[in-house]
Design a protein around this ligand. Sequence first.
Ligand code: ADP
Length: 497
Amino acid sequence: MTTHVTDIAQSAFLQQQPVKMLIGGQWVNSASGKTFETFNPSTGEVLAKVAEGDAEDINRAVVAARKAFESGPWPKLTPSQRGRLLWKLADLIEKHVDELALLETLDNGKPIKYSKAADIPLTADHFRYFAGWATKLEGDTIPVSIPNMFTYTLREPVGVVGQIIPWNFPIQMAAWKLAPALACGNTVILKPAEQTPLTALRLGELISEAGFPDGVVNIVAGFGETAGAALVAHPDVDKIAFTGSTEVGKKILQASAGNLKRVTLELGGKSPNIIFPDADLKFAVRGAMNAIFFNQGQICTAGSRLFVHKSVYDQVVSGLSDLAKGMKIGLGVDPTTDLGPLVSQEQWERVTGYIETGKREGANATTGGARPDNEQLKGYFVQPTVFDNVSDEMTIAREEIFGPVVTALPFEDVEEVAARANKSIYGLAAGVWTSDVKKAHKTAAALKAGVVWINTYNQFDAAAPFGGYKQSGYGREMGHAVLDAYTQTKTVWVNLR
Ligand code: ADP
């Protein structure tokens, strides 16, 4: 059965005025009574009013999370019971795939074909993967060199965890954060981005329906400088997991120092995508399109610096420009849309500002570079844009744009391109396109990035670690690597003499 926009608008969830926050198992208004509006980026219209969390709400949520962590049913659940809850949540997400996909598209703007085929199924998959880990958090026995000692380690949860997520993949980011934290037995206060709070809050309803005890997951929507900052500074929060901009990541690290919280950061990127002349060019050009235009370029791994060997440069740039021109720009809810709007007016101004800077600094837009010429599209739309005549030093080739804008840069040889690719404060992801297996692996080894995709791009899987080098952050999400972020090791010594 398909859910329609009108069904969603009339759903009990959006009928709430405002949409409430989840604290200690209760759906409540903010302590201040304040609300904020979330917009439909395709139209610029208000979608819902949402309870606006601030320091007092965060404090209440932390108290609830602490109580749930220290006493109550949660710490007494067996690993198998925790795993079952996560699995049940995944089933509920799948059951509501149409509704969640539509809600995500309405709040974020992303094309419905992607939210339905990727965002929501991958969210369910994430919870399933981590459901399995709940029963596998094993310690070690340590062969110490002191006689008669039996020494072993336990992996214990970190405690009360604050999680702050961005707006580009709202429900998936919630899953990336919640699933491992819960599998490891922590309790959570999740703060969704102010631009896109809705699917995280709806997920909160499903979390309650799945049977998670009260206070294990608390969801407080609100702004970064208020609710987010209060969470980071709170003395009773043991860990912060953050995904967002490098600028805010640095602030978070400083603000978390009061009680020496553990911090993991997944931050920005300016990822190189390198096409060698021996690549299957048709395939590589499609890959370059996906690398930069997927999710309107609003993805931290966006392949925004496209390095192309000079012998195939013109061919690749014209091929990519043609593909960009052929993309259907449209409303998020239109199933034929390839490229939806950006998330907000602020983001639209930022991205179009970069496009203007690029032109001013002498770059040439082979396609795009403006708003689409279509009066029906009243939201925050921008054309997919390809720049050539770019130098590595230009602003558009150095700074993260977070929009559908790619800079094409010619290169001559492997050493040169690896050095140029690495000349960035970021190190999140990279792409390599070649038919030469030696060149592929050598280039992967030379690139300073947390993930390298060879003859593919933007692949993610709950089992594969993801995270940054350099100022793209630290700590890994997904795979068993993330378990280090949500557990701490206790060493126990037993004298057997
Ligand atoms: P963007 O610039 O793409 O919106 P941000 O890094 O500003 O990315 O936001 C990512 C998340 O961080 C959002 O949930 C936002 O509310 C939150 N945030 C922003 N500023 C702060 C802050 N000073 N402290 C804590 N969280 C913040």
